[in-house]
Design a protein around this ligand. Sequence first.
Ligand code: B3K
Ligand code: ZN
Length: 877
Amino acid sequence: PKTIYLKDYQAPEYWIDETHLTFELFEDHALVHSRLNMRRNEQGAGQSLPPLVLDGQLLELVSVALDEQLLQAGDYQLDEDTLTLQPAAAAFVVAVTTRIEPQHNTALEGLYQSGKMFCTQCEAEGFRKITYYLDRPDVMSRFTTTVIASRDYPILLSNGNPVANGEEKGGRHWVTWEDPFPKPAYLFALVAGDLCLIQDSFTTMSGREIDLRIYVEPENREQCGHAMDSLKRSMRWDEEVYGREYDLDIFMIVAVNDFNMGAMENKGLNIFNSSCVLAHPDTATDLAFQRVEAVVAHEYFHNWSGNRVTCRDWFQLSLKEGFTVFRDSQFSADMNSPTVSRIEHVGFLRANQFAEDAGPMAHPVRPDSFIEISNFYTLTVYEKGAEVVRMLHTLLGEQGFRQGSDLYFERHDGQAVTCDDFIKAMEDANGADLGQFKRWYSQAGTPRLAVESRYDAAKGTFSLLFRQSCPPTPGQSEKLPQVIPVRMALLDREGKELPLQFEGEAAPVGTERVLAVAGAEQVFTFTGLTEEPLPSLLRGFSAPVKMSYPYSRDDRVFLAKNDPDGFNRWEAGQALALEMLQGMIGIHQAGRPLLLDQRLRDVFYALLTDRELDPAMVAEMLRLPSEAYMVEVSEVADVDAIHQVREWVRGELANTLADVMWPLYRDLDDGAAYSPDAGSMARRSLKNTLLSYLMLTGSQDAVDACVRQYVEANNMTDRQAALVCLVNSDFEKQKQAALADFAERWKDYPLVMDQWFSVQAACALPGGLVRVEKLLEHPAFSMRNPNKIRAVIGAFANQNLVNFHAADGAGYRFLAERILQLDPLNPQVAARLLTPLTRWRKYDAARQELMKAELARIMAASSLSPDVYEVVSKSLA
Ligand code: B3K
Ligand code: ZN
């Protein structure tokens, strides 16, 4: 496999002005006829015409013609990944027919069959599995697509608007679609199937009426309301917040069961994993509802940040992904509680992206090189990329950021551009210099920010001293300082924010500031302080860094109770719990008895007894730091100790606070009719958090309440929460009854069965591997369906840390075997499953050896995909 470098980028030799495609779909194959109107790229053109090198993979070439002349074998060159022709003029027409077999496409890239429907997935380089093409994002073309299929596929879709249709002999029919917007091939889409339509409409800000369509298999008809509603809210939001209006007359979403990721933003025809479209209170949890809302918004927002303005090359992926994740997180914050939504994002980022940054696959937001681009749809490109855009928003302010995004869209509409172009628009619109800020795109690794303070009572000054550094990552041993925005306030003894006045300022300005820390060391001094303040730093997690400040435990307790900034209240509670847990892990490892610091219990008591607080926020604060995050912050992670100590603390809290938890649980468990609004979701969230604590008391009352909640629930959130508690308990009889009932009730609902699988695969009780191997035998499991693989194998390897990391290495061996089995079928999903094995440096010497041995075993297998090869070889390097 070959490494591709950003520094080698060259503009294409040819453009494709028009792309005419005709698909003939049959039961055992498909014929793809393309007609490409091509033109030499004049930029840098010399005298002679260079050869035209088209990308193509796994294609059977049927015929190729140049300017209507059929070519003979000697007239072109055919290699494994390319078709090379020699044009004779600067403008010409290429016509190619290829034969493909969507029925046998298990990689789910290109044109494939999912159940009984045909669909496509082209990003990043899937279009070359459909026909020979210049499959790169900077080649943008106007597409006209005709789909011909049997009447068994009544719905035939592609990008743009339908312009013609008709009948053919033999019960076949056709539809022609025309997309007026030039686009790269990765945004091409086609769907054929027997689908039912859910239709609605949206009037844009300029008064245009858009036809909104969701296509699903008939049995899912009742589960589309939430996606449609989310779509309409996204469209309105993008108009209001970014001034972006939808451009085509139709917007379509299609749900498919077999899909490698969440969804895909194809122009005018988004194709979704059914898990990100379908949602009904009986079958989907509140979290699933929120995910549908976020993914629908994300794909819709791509219409501007991705489609109208796209990427020049795949190294720029974060240009569209980081920006679009930022946009969808702003949207989710506006639709739900902003603080809780930020807490969830940050928790996810710190447990997962920080681990990626610390591992062998660490790479900058804009990578310098890759072997397989599919491996770079990462948390770094998406989530850290979104944090980088968020920092720009923080530094430039709401208005400055909007001016920058307006300029970006206006300047680059219809173009394929780079991250530098994005930054340039932000600079030009604000008269700002973001030269140093741009290091966020080129340097990998999570920066450390060590903060100290000094109070001078005589002068009334308070100084904050910042020191930043960033650990080495593969290929980058030295790092330069980055611009780190620190949103902060100073609090007095009551927790009130003090007026902020820098040394040299005439008067205080506001009570919250953003400090732009740019140097390796930098001091900020505030004046006019008559007592020593307590700083509230990095509010809202204003930069993706690991910050430290020498807070005492009492400071943290104070902040957890009093910081006016909700995010930092949560953060203080988490830091307090984390510090205690880490101390106790040492004690546990030394074989000494555990004792709980009463200050954590006191914070919990305050949360449980203050009925004024937002229940969603209380639920977040009652949650201890996740095991994954505790692994991430460990020098050497002892997963058994992490699990045992964390569960012990949860048990202690439950036992000593059961008296206040019970009345609150009963209050919240009020039998109210189901409602999907944010307030009701918040109450369910707190209720179910309490249930999971109460179950740890092991009392009969608790298991009775849990069983009753399971049986009487009028929604999936409550039912699934009760199931999770039972599965993780020792109440064998009740557990088996609930599992059996659940499977019987939902056996015809694949997405609900995914939940049934993952609840069990993630269960930390002993014997996890045996249970998981049994799940693989279940008739509802399939190695061909990515959702099932994630629900069983993914949940086991990523969430079930004690069982996956069993000391005998059986969990590692199991995962390696599944990866080797999956790689020939679906390399993208196989490569993703490797993630937990890439983290071997986090564990003790014995486990490191076992994990590396499995990686080496995979490496030794013959004919690995480039996807798996890249991750394994980099992990062993
Ligand atoms: N842009 C797609 C990702 C495609 C990944 C293919 N390997 C989904 C999204 O980010 O919206
Ligand atoms: Zn995206």
